[in-house]
Write a protein that binds this ligand. Structure first.
Ligand code: COA
Length: 172
C-alpha cells in the first residue's frame, strides 16, 4: 500500500507538484487568509510552523498501510503557487480508497483552479490501483461541493460525527 508516490501532474493551466518542505515559505503567504479556515478549522500558519508540518507530511504516514500524497498547485502562466491538493490512500474491503481534499488561496479563488486541480488529481488516481475516491465536505460549503461534483464525486448523504458529508466516486 505504501507504494503510492505523488508524481507531477499537468493539466491545462496547472502543474501539480509533489509537496516539498521548501514550499512552506511561499505557501504560508498563499494560505494566509483566516477565511480559508471557515470550513476546515485551524488558523493560518507561520512559514516556520508550516515548514515543520510539511516535514511531517513528507516523512510519510506512520501506518505502512496508508500513503500520504500531497501536491502544491502551480499556476503555470503566472509561475506562482496557488494552493494544495492531497490524497490519503488506505486499504478498504473494496480495494485502495483515496480520500482527497483541496485548498486554494483567496486571491486565486473563483478561477476554476480547484476544479481543474481536483479533476487532474482524480484522473491521475484513476491511473493508479485506486478503486474509490472519497471527500468529506461541510454541507454549507457550496464551492467545495461544486469542486467534488466536477471531479465526478456524488454525495452519499452519509454524515460524519463532525457534520461533514461523505462524497464518493467509484473508479472501477
Ligand atoms: C473550496 C475552494 C478550494 C474552491 O477553490 P476555487 O479555486 O475558488 O474553486 P473553483 O474556482 O474551481 O470554483 C468551484 C466552485 O466554487 C464557486 N466559488 C469559488 N469561489 C467562490 C466564492 N468566493 N464564493 C462563492 N462561490 C465560489 C465557483 O462558482 C464554482 O462553482 P460553479 O462552477 O458551480 O460556479 C476554496 O474556496 C478553498 O480553498 N476554501 C477553503 C478550504 C476548504 O474549505 N477546502 C475544502 C476541503 S474538502
Amino acid at each position: 500500500m505504501s507504494d503510492f508516490v505523488a508524481r507531477a501532474i499537468a493539466t491545462e493551466r496547472l502543474d501539480l507538484l509533489p509537496l516539498h518542505v521548501e514550499h512552506a515559505d511561499d505557501m504560508a503567504a498563499v494560505l494566509s487568509d483566516p477565511a480559508l479556515h471557515t470550513f476546515i478549522g485551524g488558523t493560518p500558519e507561520t512559514s516556520r510552523s508550516l515548514r515543520s508540518r510539511y516535514e511531517r507530511m513528507t516523512a510519510g504516514s506512520p501506518d505502512p498501510a496508508v500513503s500520504w500524497l500531497n501536491w502544491v498547485i502551480r499556476l503555470r502562466g503566472e509561475a506562482c503557487l496557488t494552493g494544495t491538493v492531497q490524497a490519503t490512500i488506505g486499504p478498504s474491503a473494496q480495494g485502495p480508497v483515496a480520500e482527497i481534499a483541496w485548498v486554494v488561496g483567496t486571491p486565486w479563488q473563483g478561477r476554476g483552479i480547484a476544479k481543474e486541480a481536483a479533476g487532474g488529481l482524480v484522473d491521475w488516481l484513476g491511473r493508479q490501483p485506486v478503486r474509490t475516491v472519497v471527500a468529506h465536505i461541510h454541507p454549507g460549503h457550496r464551492a467545495s461541493a461544486a469542486v467534488a461534483s466536477a471531479a465526478g464525486l456524488t454525495s452519499t448523504g452519509e454524515e460524519r460525527e463532525d457534520g461533514e458529508i461523505r462524497w464518493r466516486r467509484n473508479l472501477g
